[in-house]
Design a protein around this ligand. Structure first.
Ligand code: NAD
Ligand code: DAU
Length: 356
């Protein structure tokens, strides 16, 4: 029994791998291209652990995926690898189409070939778990009901359009070829190892550096926030017991306007590490809005609760306290990310040799 995880050196993927190997001895083959968002330091606690096999490589590389599937015979693929940052997708959508669309297509085709050659119990047990986002559903008005799994797909950014395309491919590979897939659409995650281009870690690191805290537009855009370890537990449940061909929305029942997120983070920093210059909220700076900025996301997570009994363990209050604490306690990680040192760290730690 083995899992093939893609994108397992990124924010959610690395939390998933750590979580998985914290509770199971089933090995993980971790395929990650180590783009700017991939950080092997996230997985440093697994150094020397034979249950974790790290492979630096691209999900668009069909030969590599075929070789990995044949060599390791995974019973499931959990597919996190993606370009994930909306602002980057606005400045340069090409990489998003390549990884999120072509990469998912390549992985699906490789999975189809591998699964098609399995038989008996192995074939019946195989799963392709596609990790996706609530952004595929577009934007809600202030009084609209939260997204259910049957909400229309209305992606508004190059990122969400590329994720929507990948969801459609996964659906079609199930419908046409019978590939045993499950898809999860999750809201905004936060927690350890979150790259500080995204709102919460950016606010933490900028505040500690005494830099402006950029709030787009009027700061009243609403997101639903989920502690990353709750996302990991939801994926475990869906992988184990989700119905084939189904999608499951995952959310934290924590809708908050951005400005509330920023002031909450500032208040926690005031409590944990007060700044002699004054409250961190003095650094808040309203800046130009993101083009096409979605106003509100909200998740109706009743299906996964009803069918699989999953609910988040953390409230926003408990999760955000842990998160701010984690960043304060892991300043070397932050420093390596901010200086780009995390990229040299791979060579320092493992030498020039990478991969299989
Ligand atoms: P991330 O950007 O932190 O990590 C992405 C990882 O994928 C990185 O390690 C990167 O090196 C790797 N990668 C990128 N292109 C690759 C390629 N061509 N081949 C192999 N590896 C490649 O992203 P994240 O925030 O951890 O998100 C993981 C997944 O979860 C994505 O599919 C994303 O769409 C989805 N998601 C994210 C959130 C969120 O709030 N972050 C919420 C819902 C869904
Ligand atoms: O909803 C799930 C999605 O959440 C995931 O699919 C994406 O991969 C993930 O990046 C995230 O997308 P968002 O665009 O919602 O996350 P981000 O952290 O970039 O922004 C959160 C909100 O904060 C959003 O309304 C934009 C705003 N923002 C963001 C940044 C980086 C600011 O106001 N200032 C900022 O500097």
């Amino acid at each position: 029994m083995t899992l093939l995880v893609t994108g397992g050196a990124g924010f959610i993927g690395s939390n998933f791998v750590l979580d998985w190997l914290g509770g199971s001895d089933e090995p993980v083959v971790n395929l990650d291209a180590l783009t700017y968002a991939g950080n092997r330091q996230n997985l440093a606690s697994l150094d020397g652990d034979p249950r974790h096999i790290f492979v630096q490589g691209d999900i668009c590389d069909r030969d590599l995926i075929d070789r990995l599937l044949l060599a390791h015979r995974p019973r499931a693929i959990v597919h996190f690898a993606a370009e994930s940052h909306v602002d980057r997708s606005i400045h340069g959508p090409g990489a998003f189409m390549q990884t999120n669309v072509n990469g998912t297509f390549t992985l699906l085709e490789a999975a189809r070939g591998y699964w098609g050659a399995l038989d008996g119990d192995e074939k019946a047990a195989f799963r392709f778990h596609h990790v996706s986002t609530d952004e595929v559903y577009g934007s809600l008005g202030p009084t609209d009901a939260p997204f259910t799994e049957t909400h229309a797909y209305e992606p508004n950014s190059p990122y969400s359009a590329s994720k929507a395309a990948s969801d459609h491919l996964v659906r079609a590979w199930h419908h046409t070829y019978g590939l045993p897939v499950v898809t999860t659409n999750c809201s905004n995650n936060y927690g350890p190892f979150h790259f500080p281009e995204k709102l919460i870690p950016l606010i933490i690191v900028n505040a500690l550096a005494g830099k402006p805290l950029p709030v787009y537009g009027d700061g009243q855009q609403v997101r639903d926030w989920l502690y990353v370890k709750d996302h990991c537990s939801a994926i475990r449940e869906v992988l184990a017991r989700g119905r084939l061909g189904e999608t499951y929305n995952i959310g934290g029942w924590n809708e908050k306007p951005n400005i509330d997120i920023v002031t909450t983070v500032c208040a926690l920093l005031d409590e944990f590490q007060p700044d002699a210059a004054g409250p961190y909220a003095r650094l808040i700076s309203y800046v130009k809005d993101r083009p096409g900025h979605d106003r509100r996301y909200a998740i109706d997570a009743r299906k996964i609760e009803r069918e699989l009994g999953w609910r988040p363990a953390e409230t926003f209050d408990t999760g955000i306290r842990k998160t701010v604490r984690w960043y304060l306690d892991n300043q070397p990680w932050v420093h390596n990310v901010l200086t780009g040192g995390y990229r040299d760290w791979v060579t320092q730690q493992y030498g020039a040799e990478q991969g299989t």
